[in-house]
Design a protein around this ligand. Structure first.
Ligand code: NDP
Length: 327
């Protein structure tokens, strides 16, 4: 009989430190660009008349060890008011030789850590190295993870945070625990003007960032909009920017930022300069000048969850963490 390793939320946080996850995600995205991993578009179950959804995100990786992964994630926008993460679910890891189920891993912890780690990889690759001012729009789970991740890749002097609910921005500024001071400001414009790096991590449905607020040479990680009906950046920002994405196929099918800029500004797939992994392996150019505006649109990929799950499974077994269930 084989064993199934079950890793809960706190164990995932302990076993997947941000610093290590950043390198793991850089490798996973480079491997995607090298053709060593494969994933279809995610499948979304969206009941009519309901705010919740379930996303199914399968992937396969052939090297160094073959493995299959599947994240089943439910998004319940009302959860933060209940004191729960809006993202719930699990990542399943399957043996790539036999198909046996090896691990069940808390999906909300994996999602928060790997998403911020991917933004850190994008920031390290695309932002100006002399960036010192950070703007964070949003104050939820991803805002917290991003303040930690951004600090790992650039020596920011200061950050501003704006959130729709002013008390949430203030609480975030007071409690984030970042190695730079964070000031809560009362508008998205006040956060964005003068910032070198902007992170958008909200559930906004309409733009909260206007092109004219962004400085020459700024870098934006647009993370909050991962479905066609959501967006955080106006179309002018997408149209003016050197646009980088996690995956082209996902972007042209799933990204509200991209799809609305197609409608409003007439851009097409050739406006995407590169996938982040392509920049990492050196097959495509990144930033071209210090005054270029760069935008990274993050939708979240199944190969990221698979890479995190493989790492957690190995480390969890080595350290005797979690619960091993006969299966
Ligand atoms: P939380 O629910 O923890 O936080 C949501 C944030 O969005 C809060 O700061 C809230 O502000 C703000 N917000 C909600 N509605 C609006 C609105 N209409 N206009 C402006 N701000 C709004 O969510 P997470 O931090 O977990 O996720 C944030 C976003 O990132 C979500 O949209 C999520 O789907 C997306 N995401 C993307 C991933 C990716 O891989 N790209 C992965 C995981 C999440 P306040 O509380 O102040 O009202």
């Amino acid at each position: 009989m084989s064993e199934l390793l079950v890793l809960a939320h706190e164990e995932v946080k302990r076993l997947l430190p941000m610093e290590e996850c950043i390198e793991l995600m850089a490798e996973a995205l480079a491997d995607l660009a090298r053709g060593l991993s494969w994933q279809p578009l995610r499948f979304v179950v969206r009941p009519p008349e309901d705010q919740s959804l379930m996303g199914l995100m399968p992937a396969h990786r052939s090297s160094p060890e073959p493995a299959y992964g599947l994240k089943a994630v439910c998004i319940f926008p009302g959860n933060p008011a209940r004191g729960l993460d809006a993202h719930q679910g699990g990542v399943l890891l399957f043996d790539g030789e036999t198909g046996e189920l090896r691990a069940l891993i808390d999906g909300s912890a994996v999602t928060s850590i790997r998403t911020a780690a991917v933004s850190a990889v994008a920031t390290r690759a695309l932002a100006r190295p002399d960036s010192r001012v950070l703007a964070i729009l949003g104050s939820g789970v991803q805002a917290q993870a991003h303040s930690e991740a951004m600090a790992r890749v650039l020596p920011f002097d200061e950050a501003r945070v704006w959130s729709r609910t002013a008390e949430h921005a203030q609480a975030f500024a007071d409690d984030a625990g970042a190695p730079f001071p964070i000031e809560a400001v009362d508008s998205a414009e006040a956060a964005v003007r003068g910032a070198d790096v902007v992170v958008t991590v909200t559930s906004a449905r309409e733009p909260i960032v206007e092109r004219r607020w962004l400085e020459p040479g700024a870098h934006v990680n647009a993370v909050g909009s991962s479905i066609p009906t959501a967006r955080e950046l106006d179309a002018a920002t997408i149209a003016d920017a050197a646009l980088f994405v996690d995956r082209r196929e996902s972007t042209v099918n799933e990204s509200g930022e991209y799809l609305r800029a197609v409608e409003e500004k007439g851009i097409g797939p050739d406006h995407i300069r590169a996938e982040l992994g392509e920049v990492l392996v050196g097959s495509h150019e990144g930033r071209r000048s210090d005054d270029e505006l760069t935008v990274f649109v993050s939708l979240g990929l199944a190969v990221e969850d698979l890479a995190a799950a493989e790492y957690l499974y190995q480390r969890g077994r080595n350290e005797g963490a979690g619960a091993a269930v006969p299966f």
